[in-house]
Design a protein around this ligand. Structure first.
Ligand code: BJW
Length: 250
């Protein structure tokens, strides 16, 4: 492992335009459960993949809204970890870093990464399900006794929802195109903490492998990419990312 860390460190030092492609494991060490581990306690009997859909919102808007309020509370109580900070510091050190994230917690932006492409939106924002209002911040319990979900000021319906991309919904085309072009232009692809099962996002890592980019994967569990990666580093994001990029504490 030490040799692999050294090799990854060298690849990172030589790169000028790295892409960091991140998933829920990136924020796991911040205390945010991964998507597939998200449901404990009262939520343990629900399948997250069945709550993160437009059909679920149409069927039981109150349940889906409560699921997101529960997860927002977790995000509010957590903070970015050493892995997020190391990526932001790597950019400050002069690298042209692009972060392509599936995460909805906004932690890469909080640590100062300036080129963050959020494929699946931001859980700390809301919008109308019918698209009639813009995007606005999700305020903590602004009106605890109010209607759930809140009423849209634009259409008067109870249709305010988190500004995230649910299963069966299309990703923002411009963001996806910019992410694909960042992959085409990069000289190093670092994939951190994603199971790689959700498309089209996972297709970006497939693309990097197909066009022969140096490919470093960081994950405590192997994925379908691990055997094909230039380097697979088995471990946690908050430990391995600072080890290969530097901890940014200078
Ligand atoms: C650590 C760690 C530590 C732990 N350090 N690591 C092609 C083939 C098959 C299906 C499809 C396809 N194309 C499209 C589909 C359908 C669907 C899909 O992919 N389904 C699959 C599940 C089969 N895709 C869609 O519906 C997408 N839309 C679309 O394709 O539109 C076109 C279309 C429309 C209509 C019909 C057909 C096509 C939209 C996908 C949107 C995904 N949205 C979510 C929810 C966001 C809001 C929310 O958070 O609630 O995004 S789903 C969820 O999964 C979330 C995540 O961003 C995403 C990825 O998950 P991630 O990040 O990989 O997390 P986990 O939990 O899976 O894995 C965590 C990893 O971390 C693990 O590997 C751990 O080992 C690791 N880890 N601790 C480092 N400390």
């Amino acid at each position: 492992m030490t040799i692999q860390i050294e090799q990854a460190r060298r690849l990172a030092a030589q790169s000028k335009r790295p892409v960091f492609f991140t998933g829920a494991g990136m924020s796991a060490d911040s205390g945010i459960p991964t998507f597939r581990d998200a449901l404990t306690g009262l939520w343990a009997r629900y399948d997250p993949t069945e709550l993160a859909t437009g059909d679920a919102f149409a069927r039981d808007p109150k349940l889906v809204w409560s699921f997101y309020e529960y997860r927002r509370d977790i995000v509010r109580r957590c903070a970015p970890n050493a892995g997020h900070r190391a990526i932001a510091a790597f950019e400050r050190d002069g690298k042209q870093v692009a972060v392509v994230t599936q995460n909805v917690d906004g932690f890469h932006q909080l640590t100062g990464s300036s080129q963050v492409l959020c494929l699946h939106g931001n859980i700390m924002e809301n919008r109308c399900h019918h698209g009639c209002a813009g995007v606005f911040p999700a305020i903590a319990a602004a009106d605890p006794g109010g209607p759930v979900p809140p009423i849209c000021q634009g259409c008067g319906r109870r249709s305010i929802r988190p500004n995230v991309v649910w299963f069966g919904e299309t990703l923002d085309e411009d963001i996806l195109l910019r992410a694909a072009s960042a992959v085409h232009e990069c000289d190093l692809m670092v994939v951190v903490g994603t199971s790689g099962v959700v498309y089209p996002a996972a297709g970006l890592a497939d693309l990097a492998l197909r066009i022969g980019k140096p490919f470093v994967e960081i994950n405590p569990e192997p994925t379908s990419w691990s055997e094909k990666a230039t380097l697979y580093l088995r471990g946690r994001a908050s430990e391995i990312v600072p080890q290969i990029l530097g901890d940014g504490e200078h």
